[in-house]
Each structure stands twice: as C-alpha cells, then as structure tokens.
Write a protein that binds this ligand. Sequence first.
Ligand code: XIL
Length: 319
Amino acid sequence: PDNLRELARKLGVRMGSAVNATALAEEADYRRVLNREFDHVTAENAMKWESVEPQRGVYAWEDADAVVRNALRNRQQVRGHTLVWHNQIPAWLTEGVADGSIDAAELRKILRDHIMTEVGRYRGKIRAWDVVNEVVDDDGNLRQSIWLTHLGPGYIADAFRWAHQADPRAKLYINDYNLEWNTNKINTTLGIVKDLKAQRVPIHGIGFQGHLGIQYDYPGDFADIMRQFTDLGLEAAITEADVRMVLPVTPEKLATQADYYKRMLSTCAANKRCAEFTVWGYTDRHSWVPDWFEGEGAACIMDENLTPKPAYHALLTVR
Ligand code: XIL
C-alpha cells in the first residue's frame, strides 16, 4: 500500500485521525493530507459539550458540522466524541451543579437532552459514538464526577439507552485510556460491559485510546486484553493512538516509536472484531502532547511539515 487509505482496504481496518477544526478550516496542506490518508475521522474537540453548548441553550455547531461535512465529501466515516465525560463540560453546567441551582433531577434531564440533541443532529452520519469517556479511574473505581455523584452509577446505562434512541444505527462505545494494560481499569470495565449486556443495554464497542509513551514498556498484553472484550461480542477500536517521547527527538526514539505504532495497529489487524485504528492527530504540528506532558512531544506519525516519520512507514508494513 502507498498510503493509509490503501492500507485500510487491505487490512479491513478503518484508518482514522482526530481533526483539528481550526486547521481544517485554515490550512490547505493539512486538509489535503487528511483527506488523502484517512477514511475515518474524529473531531478532536468540536463535538465536546463545552464546544457545542457554551451557554445554556445556545448551541455552536459550526466546527462540528464542518468536520462532518468535510468527511462526507471525502468518503470518510465519523466517530462522535464524546457525549458523557468529566472534562470539557461547559462552565454553566459545572457552576449550576456546584451552586445548587441545578438539582439532580434537572441534571438528569439536561444530560438526556444533550445526548438526544447532539446524537439526533448527526443521526445517520456518525458510524460510532464514544457515549461514555473515561468513566473508570486508575484504581478501578467508577470515576468521581458530577454524573456519578448526582445521578449514581445508573447514568452509564441511561446514556447508552438515550443515544440508541436518538440514532439506532450508530455503534455505541465505552472509551478509556490505559485500558491497554491497567488491570484494575480493565477488570472494572469488563464488569461494566457484562452488567450492561445483562440488562440488555445497547452497548456495541470498546474503545482503547492508545496514548502510549516510549519511556514506558510497550503493553505486551494488549492483544489478549482486546480479546477479552471482543469475546463478549463487542466491536473494538483504537480511538486515540499516539506515542509520545521525552524530547529531544533522536533516530533511536523514532525507531522505537515506529515499533510501538506498528504493534498497536497489528493488534487491531489481528482481531477480526477490531474495526478502526485512529490516531489522535496525524501531525506534530497539531498535537495535544506538548501542551499536556511537560518536556514531551513528537508523538504523531508525521512531523510539523507533514513529512511522514518512521512510524508512518512502519504502519504501511502491517499485514
Ligand atoms: C484532548 C485534546 O486533544 C486537546 O486539544 C484538549 O485540550 C484536551 O483534550 N482523552 C480524550 C480526548 O478522550 O478527548 C483528549 O483530547 C485527550 C485524552
């Protein structure tokens, strides 16, 4: 294969990227490479609650619409990210809950409304939704959040049921980080999935974010872990792959990074139920890593000039 779209066809795995809506609007080279290489996209921020409803009842769909429009024009499928999360929630909501002006009953209505509105808007245009994101913490407890505190653990089942009502054909995912190796998180998440299935809640997929770093050992059990979830009948996806490093960049580090990317994609390619491999930004020009991990960067498969790095070439060799 000469590019990732061709690779996707050969492997039977959709190849995706997170999309920076500003770059999509303003950078022709960014747009060109995105549309040449990928058959799947996720809005990096544009579909998050704080982006789509910055003031109560005031919606801002422009960026999200632009990502979806570009995708449809370029025969790309879309992952919706994300409906229920503890981060990037609008201030009016957090503040209203904190000052008591929004009580639990109202919060539940607000959540239902948010899910129905957003999923409904893109009904038929989103292949898969990250319905709940990062709902388990690293100790394996349900994450403390306004959702858990005020609505109780049933908010997870509710969210899936509402999303299914709003778009019955979308694949509905639970998505998390460190799920490639953290035993506490894995076991709790397996429990949640089994529990939802026992209650006949519409859950269809498990998303492994895939945020790795070369300063840590590669998570060698990942393939087995993915299998434990897909054996429950779930589809799987690697939803936010990147492989960061402590700067400066060296040829050795780039080679290790390439190996980590290749092993992640191979894990997906080897599992019949793994449907999608998405990178969390394809270029070091637009990556969350330097802003979030001090001293780290260069996590993507292309550099700032959109030149493919060893990781890109390594992905093309996956069979
Ligand atoms: C990140 C974005 O990349 C940043 O631009 C933003 O400032 C913070 O969120 N897990 C997720 C993603 O599910 O939504 C996060 O995206 C990265 C970690």
